[in-house]
Design a protein around this ligand. Sequence first.
Ligand code: F0G
Length: 458
Amino acid sequence: MEIPFAESYKIKMVEPLRRSTRDEREQWIKSANYNLFNLRSEQVFVDLLTDSGTGAMSHYQWSEMMLGDESYAGASSYFKMKEAIQEITGFPHFLPTHQGRAAENVLFSALIKSDDLVPGNAHFDTTKGHIEFRKATAVDCTIDEAYNTTLDHPFKGNIDLAKLEAVYKNNPVEKIPMVIITVTCNTSGGQPVSMQNIREVSALSKKYGVRVVFDAARFAENAYFIKMREEEYVEKSIRDIVLEMFSYGDAMTMSSKKDAIVNMGGFIGMRDESLFREASLYNIMFEGYITYGGMSGRDMNALAQGLREGTEFDYLETRIRQVAFLGRLLRDAGVPVQYPFGGHAIFIDAKRFLPEVPQEEYVAQTLAIEIYKESGVRAVEIGTILADRDPNTRENRYPNLEMVRLAIPRRTYTNNHMRYVAAHIINLHEKRNHIKSGYRITYEAPIMRHFTVALQKV
Ligand code: F0G
């Protein structure tokens, strides 16, 4: 008999989940103005809104919490975190921040000016928000293959070197403070970037004198894919792959809520001391003194431990195989999902799932709402609402892909939960022809509207 794959951990503490009826959910989502962020967590059975800060810490991490040093300056917890960051990323300088977007805020305050261009592979929404907030422009240079959800390509997060070079050639280099490589690329479906591509982007950027910055939220998952898919790395350890990846960069921003498996935290890693000094000023203004930067000592301890656990092969294998388990159940039943499966989430192609709902009626949001009503599973729209309006024309930006993301929290749900999610979505897919219309916006904020948007049925 074939031996099934089994998780590399066991469960010591549990949290009850509440079931609900379809009638209750229809009422709740209406009261929430059809915005899934407005639901209360008790109204959700399996919460796949995000894998950010929602993972389960290990007993080693919890024991580190008890050892936290809460001194304002020079806490031992700061040095624990510094040591772990140096060991794992190789960056000699670092600043703690309370989460990933705070790291962006601090670093970009030092580096980005108005009218700058910041090329990259499909920047995450907070990254783009922090660029546009400074009246600069994010230029998407992702390879075209990323936008065909059925095409099998091992590294759909890769940057197209020709697109990148065009940005470098056609603009004064002083207007390009950095290129951002997001590993894995969340926006294109949790898709990895190959080491070869990282190396080539770095070489090209060096030639033009442009800094390479990693948006490293899911760097360990990216390293796992490099090991599994890039021949020369099969025998290398995750830690060695991570060190090589970061060796091609000048800085990194980190949301520790992902691959460092903590509920809150972030940091900036930097190679250059002068950049560290400049960023320190903003860190003190926005986050706190440079030896805590918005984090408590206990959280810095848990983060240091989480970075080590998050870069262990057995952990990553369990994690990424669970995501693929859900992906396979859906794909085998004919549900249109981004393929190959991403590292942290399964992305459903909403235009192919609901072909009759117009893109102008927010097709991906419509699907996320239907999934919630059907199952109590909360997913998130990665489509037109998230893409926001063009800052100049104020027109809706219609992205190439309208997706619903099922993000899997780390070490949190079992494969039976994955079966539950898949069965409901497969049932909905069978009834999809009944869904013909979507929603219109009744309220939206001027930037990052998806969090607070209010909607009404068309
Ligand atoms: N970069 C990437 C690639 C991200 O996915 C996120 C957050 C951030 C930066 C910002 O980090 O949340 O700690 O401030 N992504 C979460 C998500 C919110 O659901 O994908 P943060």
